[in-house]
Design a protein around this ligand. Sequence first.
Ligand SMILES: [Zn+2]
Ligand SMILES: [Zn+2]
Length: 389
Amino acid sequence: MYSPAGVKTDPSHPIPDTMKAWVLGEPGELTLKDKPVPVPKKAEVLVRIDAVAICATDLEIIYNGPPASILGGMPFNKNFTPGHEYMGTVVALGPGVDEYRIGQRVTVEIHAGCGQCRRCREGMYTSCHNYGLNYGDVDKGHRANGFTTDGGFCEYQVNNINTLVAISDDMSDEEATLVVTAGTAMYGLTELGGLVAGESVVVTGPGPIGLLGVAVAKALGAQPVILTGTRDNRLKIGLELGADHVVNIRKEPDVVAAVKRLNGGKGVDYVLECSAAPSAVNEAVHMVNRGGKVCLAAFAHGDVPVEVAHIVRNNIYLYGIRGEGKSATHRAEAFMAQKRFDATKIHTHTFALEDLPTAIRYAKDRVEDAIKVVVKARGVPQVQKEAAE
Ligand SMILES: [Zn+2]
Ligand SMILES: [Zn+2]
């Protein structure tokens, strides 16, 4: 039985020595294997993973590699387990941990900074200067589960206490996996200034972060909130999450003019760019008014052309954000706990952990209009199990 030295366990939550874990081989190749259950160190706990959502970034990692960095390079054939948007139950406490108790339900942030570099000291732990320095003899204490350390497509994972967010029993497992997605949108709005009440916001791209970006902006009092995208079914969910207006750019090719028309003829105060479309950044800097701010929350796929002179002439601010920094996930969870928006509107499918390849196909090919697809090690509804076969 699992009983590492210095680690507190409890008979109410017995832990096996080994677990099922999906391991990345060649690009796109995942195999279910047995791995030892990992051991929490100082300031870490062991989380039994109850549910994990698939993110577009997981697909990038599984098929292309970056932004994962394992042993200082590509993540393939390194016994690496991807997956980062998970929640679960604390089942073991590392030495000295008294901030959480065994049996407590938690959801997780992705990044645990090293805690000692300049950026971590400023609270910018997603921009840790020791990013990825956690292999072999190098252990700076940095973790980014599913990016630089083993992630959540398995049964158990260790997490630094600073990456945990306690959740109440009336939040479902599936909803809890979405807290970090809302947290990423919250971080973007935090970097834009945070006080967006009464100010105008455009969100470009109705993916999970964009849709929850609409919800968070609205919960923060932004007015109007305008969502742009290409799929009517997703724009409709944006309206349900609080968007005042939506623009389908297939029907309105001049999206900048459409946004200004909806905002009383003026540019907006903020744009949260979540689409990664090649034209999106240049459109965003033309959507904001003079002195406006643009937050880039999507990983672009290559160089994109931008009219820099327009940015300079109009004193426009551009912010890149990485992940869910500055404890934004806690603020997002507070909104969700207060039912300020229903994040579950973007959850569309649940599969068993063993059916991860099917779940990934649903997410990647948007089968049945899939948005957020969740896998669970236990408690999967029978109907979804059958659908996977
Ligand atoms: Zn993600
Ligand atoms: Zn650091």
